[in-house]
Design a binder for this molecule. Structure first.
Ligand code: ATP
Length: 616
């Protein structure tokens, strides 16, 4: 599969820089508050020292100095409080923005690439990792103040007395080494911790998906062990993080008070020598405590390292290229003539579809049949661009699918699946869920066509019943999925095994609803049942990812190999009787509509009597 070109959008910028662009005003305000608080804290010792000197000198009470100290104290407290409030709200908003952007990127990308990660890992990245990454700008703004304070304090000490400042500088190399080691070790431990977390989330999602199978096989205990198996590693990484943190706090807890004592001792000696005054001693002691506050940076650095690891894990998602399209202009108004030209799909070198040439005239129906694993779903995915082929092209009414604007394409192509995901709060939302909101009347009409109206009427609140509260059987879920596709039919309707759980009476009625769209909507029906093949205008018969033949069902039926696609173990045709008419129909109109051309011989000549020239 050729990789899409790198995404040239601003989304490719990494880490905190990209985040900082999301809420620039809030972050600027946060930066101003943090810096303002730090400047007030730095100015206070100087003002205090000056005021003490004037008090000690015995002159009039220095009211202006006292007032300045009060104002600076208030400013520091106010700025810190504003920074705390802004920081919390900004982190929450950044988390929301980051989650929205990441989810939007995943949804806009080609599904096979977007969903390459295991579901649990993807969920962990979308939830926990986004929160970790989003805290980076706020932590960074706090860290700026954390650096500004010790540096400013050092400058303050230098202005008071060079020897006192030199005493502080003595311990600086030790402090820097301590912080560097801490940052590196925390980053490693944090990344390992996040990986183990993702693995547990992935295994848990798998187990939840397969809950019934696990219950039926009575393998709950084994599954429990499998899900929690990375817990030991998680605990190790967690302990490692706290050990690194504990060591850093312990070392700084020893180093910083000693450093402060040293600074105060030198300042005391300088006072005794008459080099500085009492006020300057007061200011020096305050600056010394601000300078050793650099130890508080360890927390911020640890948090930044975690954010960085989280941001890195989001990068592959945020740089996912949107589904490319060439924008070749408007799509002609037509009934959905579909053409697959020499289409091939491969996965890790293995061909899943190869050399498929297929034409489906607008407004007709095509049944796609073949044994399990023959590539029917791959063909269905390629036909509506859920998947880009690795070779060849797909055209709808003459326009290559990759030339159609994605939103337009999704309006023109509707899908229904065997196991539909029911999205939306209520049943009505679920049916209306699509490229545009279907009206209540359209929702009800679609539900009638999908034969869902009967069981919906029995739900406690009818169409307003929350989907989560609606007890639905497999067939009822399928009918809701069909109703959703019917509510947004477009010009191409693709049903991938979407009738498989319906009883034959319901299937018959749904197929009549499908037939009613003849002439205005092209229908592709992936099916195992003979009745579906018999009813379609034409049949595409797949074998090992290749198109074995196309043609009308009654003509293909002459080929024993074709008949064997529907046969059961005892050699009889599945529900089909011996004439291939699909006589499992309970309705009266059970004869197939045959208006396609004659089938033709395949190039490999494997079909004895019938083949398709569209096969290579
Ligand atoms: N995501 C994937 N990665 C790798 N191989 C895949 C993937 N999806 C499908 N395949 C393989 O592609 C082949 C065709 O799969 P496909 O789902 O199209 O078969 P099918 O004819 O629809 O089968 P069925 O009737 O059982 O649904 C299978 O061999 C399958 O293993």
């Amino acid at each position: 599969m050729p990789l899409p070109p790198p995404d040239p959008s601003p989304g490719t910028a990494s880490g905190a820089r990209r985040l900082a662009r999301l809420h620039p005003a809030a972050l600027t305000w946060l930066f101003l508050c943090s810096t303002g608080g730090a400047l007030a804290a730095l100015a206070l010792p100087a003002a205090l020292g000056h005021t003490v000197d004037r008090l000690v000198s015995g002159g009039p009470v220095p009211w202006s100095g006292l007032l300045l100290c009060a104002v600076l104290t208030l400013a520091e407290t106010g700025c810190d409080a504003a920074a705390a409030v802004t920081g919390t709200t900004t982190t929450a908003r950044l988390t929301a923005s980051l989650r929205t952007r990441t989810a939007a990127r995943i949804l806009a990308a080609e599904p096979r690439r977007a969903l390459a990660l295991p579901t649990g890992d993807l969920t962990a990245r979308l939830t926990a990792r986004t929160a970790d990454a989003a805290s980076a700008p706020v932590t960074a703004a706090g860290a700026v103040a954390g650096v500004l304070l010790p540096l400013g304090a050092l400058v303050g000490l230098l202005l008071i007395d060079v020897w006192t400042a030199a005493a502080l500088l003595l311990g600086a190399p030790l402090l820097v080494a301590l912080l560097r080691t801490f940052t590196r070790h925390t980053a490693d431990a944090g990344a390992d911790y996040q990986r183990a977390q993702s693995l547990i989330a992935h295994r848990l999602t798998e187990a939840l998906d397969g809950a019934d199978t696990i219950r039926a096989a009575r393998t709950g205990a084994r599954e429990h062990r499998r899900v929690l198996e990375p817990l030991a590693a998680l605990a190790d990484h967690g302990r490692r993080t706290w050990t690194v943190y504990g060591r850093a706090v312990g070392r700084s807890g020893l180093l910083l008070p000693l450093l402060m004592l040293l600074v105060l001792a030198v300042a005391g000696l300088r006072l005794a020598a008459g080099a500085i005054g009492v006020g300057e001693l007061v200011a020096a002691s305050r600056y010394a405590s601000l300078a050793v506050g650099i130890g508080a940076l360890t927390g911020a650095l640890g948090s930044l390292a975690r954010s960085r690891a989280a941001a890195r894990s989001l990068d592959p998602l945020l740089t996912l290229a949107p589904l490319p399209h060439r924008g070749l202009g408007p799509v002609p108004d037509a009934p959905g003539h579909l053409e697959l030209r020499d289409v091939g799909v491969e996965q890790e070198g293995r061909p899943l579809l190869a050399g498929v040439h297929l034409t489906v005239p607008g407004g007709t129906s095509l049944a796609v049949v073949g044994r399990s694993g023959s590539g029917k779903s791959q063909l269905a995915a390629v036909a509506g661009r859920l998947l880009d082929p690795d070779a060849g092209s797909v055209l709808l009414d003459g326009v290559p699918l990759d030339a159609m604007e994605p939103a337009r394409l999704r309006r023109e192509v509707a899908y229904a699946f065997a196991r539909p995901a029911l999205l939306g709060a209520t049943v009505e939302d679920t049916i209306a869920h699509g490229p545009w909101t279907a009206s209540p009347d359209a929702v009800r009409e679609a539900a009638r066509a999908a034969r869902a109206d009967g069981f919906l009427a029995l739900l406690p609140y009818g169409y307003a019943t929350p989907v989560a509260d609606a007890p639905l059987s497999g067939g009822e879920r399928q009918r809701l999925g069909l109703a959703r596709a019917f509510a947004h039919p477009g010009r191409l309707l693709i049903l991938d095994d979407a009738l498989s759980s319906l009883d034959t009476v319901t299937e018959h009625h749904v197929r009549r609803a499908l037939d009613a769209r003849a002439g205005r909507c092209t229908r592709i029906i992936v099916a195992h049942r003979l009745s579906s093949a018999a009813r379609a205008d034409r049949v595409a018969w797949l074998e090992n990812g290749r198109l074995r033949a196309t043609g009308r069902h009654d003509e293909l039926w002459q080929d024993p190999d074709y008949r064997s696609v529907f046969s059961t173990d005892d050699g009889g045709a599945d529900n089909g009787g011996t004439d291939g008419s699909g006589s499992d129909d309970s309705g009266s109109d059970n004869s197939a509509t045959h208006n396609g051309g004659s089938p033709r011989r395949t190039a490999d000549g494997t079909a004895p009597s019938l083949a398709a020239a569209e096969t290579r």
